[in-house]
Design a protein around this ligand. Sequence first.
Ligand code: DGL
Length: 266
Amino acid sequence: MNTQPIGVLDSGVGGLTVIKAMLAELPDEDFIYFGDTAHLPYGNKTPAQLITYAGDIMKFFSTFPVKAVVVACGTHSSVTLQHIIKDYSIPLLGVVKAAARSAVAVTSNKRLGVLATQATVMSGTFTREIKTLQPGCTVMEVACPKFVPLVEAGKLDDSDTRQAVHEYVSPLIEQGIDTLVLGCTHYPFLGPVIKEFIGPQVKLVDPSYETVEELRQVLHSKNLTRGNNPHSQRHFYVSGSQESFFTVGKLLVGDVIQRVEQVCLD
Ligand code: DGL
């Protein structure tokens, strides 16, 4: 048993999609959430910038200290994780391997689409991970720079959102995909609109639950589980604006967010 919290990071509210799964599947675990809203969006940042941000967040987490970190961000999972993982002795888990496992489990025609940020698409990590598991797959990645600002503005279902979904997803449908991976943790906020657009023939993969399942296994195997904890502690920190985080975050996880504290990591 280990009573230390788990660190969860993202550029903003996206990682809350993983928090939602943690609340359902690992309700006894305490966590510290960090939304790097001062640097949002991550999608247009360079690998060097992203590695610096990740290092600063890890330093912040080490002050608690945390027993494990969930990189609840497709961009950091794709670009940064491989560079920093060796520097830490605690488990660090990303969302890409979980997404790849889920995707190959559901595809029948082996034609998959991935929606992700520009930085993630440029890294090619989703394609690599999916093809490692299932070499015969055709993977098409599409960068969706309009999605994160829409989600952070709480525009989850308006005409701009529908237009952006149409723009990014249509070419993939034309290519005959049967599986669509949400490769950025912000995108499950748009899940209902995307689902309506793709229809029942295309399966939508949100890596959150598979990521939390992997976390559960890691905690068990390393004897790090919290044990019974009726008064779980959940703390939310951001590096920039608290307002949108508070308002949009509540849409997804409700009253779990009581307070959001701003911290400066630079
Ligand atoms: N939610 C993040 C991701 O999964 C970051 C998106 C962004 O800030 O551009 O990629």
